[in-house]
Write a protein that binds this ligand. Structure first.
Ligand code: DGJ
Length: 735
């Protein structure tokens, strides 16, 4: 950079212009910088992403690095490399070569939007690369808009949202995988030469198996509270592909976007194709630091009602399954109200007229009350909820139908199905997916919610389920030459319906459920308040699932319910205290038949609900510090939440392996203020004696350097002894 360099500073963005060619753009958040070189008429290059740069360091940033990577690689002029974008132009030319035309910035309320406008050197083909930098949280969203004015359509075979080179060294990848009832399993592995691909092809849901979020630990084996970490989350509801290409260069090359498989896109003249955003964060405070960034950004900008604490609910599913009836619902409402709960949710099984929903093989699509089960209808249930002083919520699965339904009889053309072929059927042997590419179907799905809310405006909560993948490629609505748009159009239709619902019902609480945790993605969360983490409610397995899920999603979004023992999925018998202590680390609820509980159990739950109300703001709105990972198999897992002011904290400790005379590590806390002092209170105590440190005061420094010795058995009467142990401690600043 010449001595004549000039630094142009805008809020959150600076340009550094030197010789005729170089123009550095520095995109900033409170603690991070992302630097690009965007010379007019030249190639857009990536230079730096990490801790915030000083003006001095920014001046010579290009001399400090050997990175010569383009910021949005396109195919055709560097064929052996991977590309973010690959197109066939109208004349058949398979190559693209983009140059910077201009850079624009737009100051938005809490963010700065920087757009680098690129154009092909020859063709009227354009890519706008966007970076949205938040001013109060270390998050940068990036995406592209692709368009052209060529004479005929352009065919896109690859269209990633973003690309990021990551300097090789000892870089480890953390990512989530799993399956139904085992979602959010954490894998941590060093990046090796070759291609790492994380993908989804479900069509409807996208987070049962792998997740569209990753973290890169740049300083070797991932640590929770130290080390540099880059986190990335693709915010999309549909099929995705994340790729990390470790070739012969000095950089791992990260690509994220819509999964292009079976989805090549014919881009018409003047049509603008917008790729979903990738949210990038950087933290030098380890994985938990990156998680706190995701959580703060998620609560403030993504989740519906992200800063409003959630009601404590009872869901009817594991309590009664399809056996819904008015008396039973009334009894469950009365029970949850008596334990201090605030909301009752009636799950599957309440609907169907000609074909009443008795099991999972019929009725989806027929969203009318089954009058045999509920003679006084939903109005009767809402009346009963009011009588018990709680709110009422209801389950729907509006994107689906069963072939045994009045809807299917009337509109067989509305389902996704290949022409000339019988459909592959899903759940119950009769389930099919509606074609959300079709505007009439979109209207229908909107109307499912709109009708319920118009008839029963007191419905406070909807559980929106989705229990089937797209098993048939074929849209009766899309033209033959647009069949490859099916997955993309499905999700455009889905989002458009969600937007209509949110515009009309901004206060409604909606849960994203999809056979459990199939819809944990920031693409969904602007329309949903929370997601169901898993259909597996076993507390021990939930520790692992919730641990992984917490990498990217805040506790306020993670529905976590106390259920029966033996557990209905694992058949494991876990004591109620442990089930409570695990559920209380997320958005607490219950999923159990209360009439089968003893008075003592109900009393424990009543106390737990009262205690949870005390710590609810800390858990749901606070900062996470993960302390001991269950995946390290040290016999214990532990995490804590602190309030932003660091005057309150909730500490969780769960024994994960059960042996006699174990030597469990003493857990040191994190996230407290070293100079503040905190009084310790155990919540959900079952022991006959309080813990030795009950009510005592310790400094934040002591708790973070030494920690408290947690006994790994409970001192209870002999007949109550069992193999589990867990503790929840509440820390309050003593002023
Ligand atoms: C799958 C969900 O994950 C369950 O919680 C429950 O709502 C059932 N569907 C109902 O069919």
């Amino acid at each position: 950079m010449s001595a004549k360099s000039k630094l142009y500073l805008l809020a959150g963005l600076s340009f550094l212009a030197g010789n005729a060619m170089a123009q550095h753009i520095c995109i900033s958040t409170p603690n991070t910088s992302l630097v690009l070189n965007a010379p007019n008429g030249g190639e857009l290059k990536y230079l730096y992403y990490g801790s915030k740069l000083s003006e001095t360091d920014l001046q010579h940033i290009n001399d400090a690095s050997n990175c010569n990577h383009t910021a949005y690689p396109v195919y055709g002029m560097n064929c052996p490399g991977e590309a973010a974008l690959s197109v066939k132009h109208a004349d058949g030319n398979m190559s693209t070569q983009m140059e910077v035309v201009s850079v624009s910035t737009n100051q938005e309320k809490q963010s700065t939007l920087t757009t680098i406008h690129l154009k092909d050197k020859v063709y009227p083909f354009y890519v706008d690369v966007h970076y949205k930098a938040y001013q109060d949280v270390d998050m940068i969203e990036t995406w592209t808009e692709i368009s052209h004015t060529e004479k005929k359509p352009v065919y896109m075979s690859q269209f990633s949202s973003a690309y990021l080179p990551i300097r090789r060294g000892n870089v480890w990848l953390s990512h989530l995988s799993g399956s139904w009832a085992n979602e959010g399993q954490l894998t941590q592995e060093p990046l090796q030469p070759g291609m790492t691909v994380i993908k989804n092809k479900d069509g409807v849901r996208n987070s049962h198996t792998s997740h569209a979020e990753v973290m890169f630990s740049l300083d070797g084996k991932p640590q929770e509270n130290t080390g540099r970490v880059i986190g990335a989350a693709l915010c999309y509801t549909g099929n995705y592909k994340l790729k990390i290409d470790t070739d012969d260069s000095d950089y791992h090359q990260f690509y994220a976007g819509i999964n292009e498989e079976n989805s090549s896109y014919m881009l018409s003249k003047k049509e603008v194709f917008r790729t979903p955003a990738v949210a990038l964060t950087y933290s030098d405070k380890g994985l938990s630091g990156a998680s706190r960034n995701f959580h703060k950004w998620g609560r403030t900008y993504k989740l519906a009602h992200g800063n409003v604490v959630r009601d404590i609910l009872l869901n009817s599913w594991e309590g009664v399954y399809f056996d819904i009836n008015q008396k039973g619902m009334d009894q469950m409402m009365s029970d949850i109200a008596s334990m201090g709960g605030e909301l009752f949710v009636m799950d599957d099984g309440w609907f169907g007229d000609k074909y009443p929903r008795k099991n999972d093989s019929s009725s989806l699509g027929d969203w009318v009350t089954d009058k045999n089960k509920l003679p006084e209808g939903i109005e009767g249930l809402i009346r009963d909820a009011k009588k018990h002083g709680i709110k009422f919520g209801i389950w729907i699965e509006p994107e689906m139908a069963n072939t045994i339904s009045e809807l299917y009889e009337k509109h067989p053309e509305w389902i996704l199905k290949a022409p000339q072929r019988d459909p592959v059927l899903g759940r119950g042997g009769t389930q099919v997916v509606l074609d959300l590419a079709n505007p009439e179907v979109q209207d229908f799905v909107f109307k499912v919610v709109d009708d319920l809310m118009t008839q029963y405006p007191d419905i406070a909560y909807i559980k929106w389920d989705a229990n089937m993948a797209i098993m048939n490629h074929g849209s009766n609505y899309l033209a033959a030459d647009k069949q490859s748009h099916m997955y993309i159009e499905y999700h455009k239709g889905f989002e458009s319906v969600c937007q209509r619902i949110r515009a009309k019902y901004p206060d409604l609480v909606i849960q994203a459920c999809a056979s459990g945790g199939g819809r944990a993605n920031y693409g969904y969360l602007p329309y949903f308040d929370e997601f169901w983490v898993s259909d597996n409610t076993d507390a021990l397995q939930r520790i692992y699932m919730q641990w992984g899920t917490s990498y990217f999603f805040p506790a306020i979004a993670m529905a976590s319910h106390i259920s029966a023992a033996p557990n209905h999925q694992t058949f494991r018998t876990v004591p109620l205290k442990y089930r409570i202590d695990v559920a209380m680390s997320g958005r607490l609820g219950m999923e159990i038949q209360p009439k089968n509980m003893t008075d003592e159990e109900k009393e424990l739950c009543r106390k737990a609900i009262a205690d949870y109300k005390k710590i609810r703001p800390v858990v749901q709105l606070g900062d996470i510090y993960r302390l001991v990972s269950p995946y390290d198999h040290l016999g214990v897992a532990s995490l804590m939440y602190t309030s932003p002011e660091k005057d309150k904290a909730a500490f969780y400790w769960w024994k994960t392996e059960h042996f006699v005379n174990q030597h469990l590590p003493r857990v040191t806390m994190a996230g407290l203020h070293p100079d503040k002092t905190y009084r310790i209170t155990e919540l959900n105590r079952i022991d006959n004696q309080p813990l030795p440190f009950e009510g005592k005061v310790y400094s934040g420094a002591f708790l973070m350097e030494n920690g408290l010795e947690i006994p790994y058995t409970h001192k209870v009467d002999y007949h109550k002894l069992n193999d589990y142990a867990s503790r929840v401690l509440y820390l309050e600043e003593v002023k």
